[in-house]
Ligand binder design. Structure first.
Ligand SMILES: [Zn+2]
Length: 437
């Protein structure tokens, strides 16, 4: 049996379990939901009320229902209450990190004892597990602050170097700047990401329903990562040796928040090729937010992800490179060598990193870069629009081939069949070894 819900301030949550796990009142609500005729369910989601989108499935029957506060049947109220407290945010049960596990594992055997010490603490993952559990307990009521009028709604919390999320609220929408650079960056960069989606694609926040953008800064002690947990962003300050504070990079913030957009659109499985596409779209949108903000055309852009969060040395310059996957860092004593392939013949097929989601994303990333260079100009205007429309059309099990075919079709629909854009998109996928058909 499972129940999925939207609403709760735009959060999408999923509860999976047996009927016996549900409290009796919620169980009665589930039965009532299954028995309802969908035609009887209220479907008009008002713009200033909280809406609920409920999918219930008892293994035999699946029922999809829409309610708002006014039309929610009384017998379903205990089920909705239960979900707002107990259901997990819809991320498939994982956290979307910017720094992949294979980099952290390298750091754990670094010759530098300080790098090793922090990396080992990070790898234990206990801090994150605690953070996620605490989030689930703490957030539902607080994050139920949708902004359906299409306004930004940012909330910045200070976790005070502890691993409990979200921490203390230090700045909310419209509040004055603080002395804390990480807090201001989280505020500014999440605002830039909101504006990017709103102005270019007419999208109202990550869920297109005005979901609040919640960020916690100073998460953990020397924590070298940032993650999206389905509800909010969490940023570490870095160990100071390999990584600096994770709010510093606009493309990192854009990347993480874009995982929220992916969740609310194609919702690509975070495993194997669909997972690499999930990472790919987060990288594309992250890098486009940066180029848009800096007004850089395709030739001026550096096409690097995460350049600002690394302490740079001669052996490392970024986390990933669109222009030349596999070259962002090489023989680095702390983080090893960039494993990203640029062509399908070199695709990673092992089990690490959810089947190489941060590795194989190099292939579509490079295709995007080649398409953008072929189309020219400012990448967010045409290539970005093609990719955004592609994301809206894909589904959880989509693979590289599907992305290639769909982007080829979208390029034709948006800019004309056989035009420069469509030709460039086809050539780009072909160059990374993927046919557009
Ligand atoms: Zn990611």
């Amino acid at each position: 049996m499972f129940v999925e819900s939207g609403g709760f301030g735009g959060l999408r949550k999923r509860y999976e379990g047996t009927d016996a796990d549900l409290p009796r009142s919620a169980c009665a609500g589930l039965k009532a939901a299954l028995a309802l005729r969908p035609a009887k369910a209220g479907s008009a989601c008002g713009r200033d009320v909280i809406c609920y989108h409920l999918i219930v499935n008892d293994g035999e029957k699946r029922q999809e229902l829409f309610f708002d506060e006014m039309t929610l049947p009384r017998e379903l109220a205990p089920l909705v209450r239960f979900l707002s407290k107990k259901a997990r945010p819809f991320t498939g049960g994982h956290l979307c990190h910017i720094v992949p596990p294979f980099i952290l594992e390298k750091m754990a055997v670094s010759p530098d004892p300080q790098v090793r010490r922090f990396a080992l603490a990070n790898l234990s993952a206990s801090a994150e597990a605690r953070a996620v559990r605490r989030t689930l307990a703490a957030l539902p009521a607080m994050s139920a602050i949708p902004s359906p009028e299409g306004r930004k709604h940012r909330l910045i919390y200070d976790a005070k170097h502890r691993d409990v999320l979200p921490g203390r609220l230090i700045r909310s929408e419209g509040g004055p700047r603080l002395k804390d650079a990480a807090a201001n960056e989280a505020y500014d960069h999440s605002g830039a990401t909101y504006d990017f989606y709103s102005k270019l694609f007419g999208r109202n926040s990550l869920d297109d329903r005005g979901m609040a953008l919640i960020s916690s800064v100073h998460v953990g002690a020397g924590y070298s990562n940032a993650f999206w947990n389905g509800e909010q962003m969490a940023y570490g300050d870095g160990d100071g040796k390999v990584f600096v504070r994770f709010t510093k990079s606009l493309d990192v913030v854009g990347h993480e928040l874009s995982h929220g957009v992916v969740t609310h659109t194609a919702n690509l499985d975070y495993q194997d090729e669909p997972g690499a596409l999930n990472e790919h779209f987060a990288d594309v949108m992250g890098i486009l937010v940066k180029q848009w903000r800096k007004k850089q055309d395709v030739k001026k852009a550096d096409w690097l992800v995460g350049a600002d969060i690394l302490v740079k040395t001669s052996t490392r310059r970024a986390l990933r490179s669109f222009a030349a996957p596999g070259t962002a860092y090489r023989d680095d004593p702390d983080i090893g060598s960039d494993p990203q392939p640029a062509h399908i013949r070199d695709i990673y097929k092992g089990p690490e990193d959810y089947g190489g989601v941060h590795i194989n994303s190099g292939i579509p990333n490079h295709a995007f870069y080649l398409a953008a260079m072929g189309i020219g100009g400012r990448a967010w205007e045409r290539t970005g629009l093609i990719w955004y429309q592609t994301l809206l059309a894909l589904t959880p099990r989509s693979r590289f081939q599907d992305a290639a075919r769909t982007s080829f079709q979208k390029a034709g629909q948006l800019f004309g069949s056989g035009g420069r854009e469509q030709t460039a998109v086809r050539a780009a996928w072909k160059k990374v070894g993927i046919d557009h058909r």
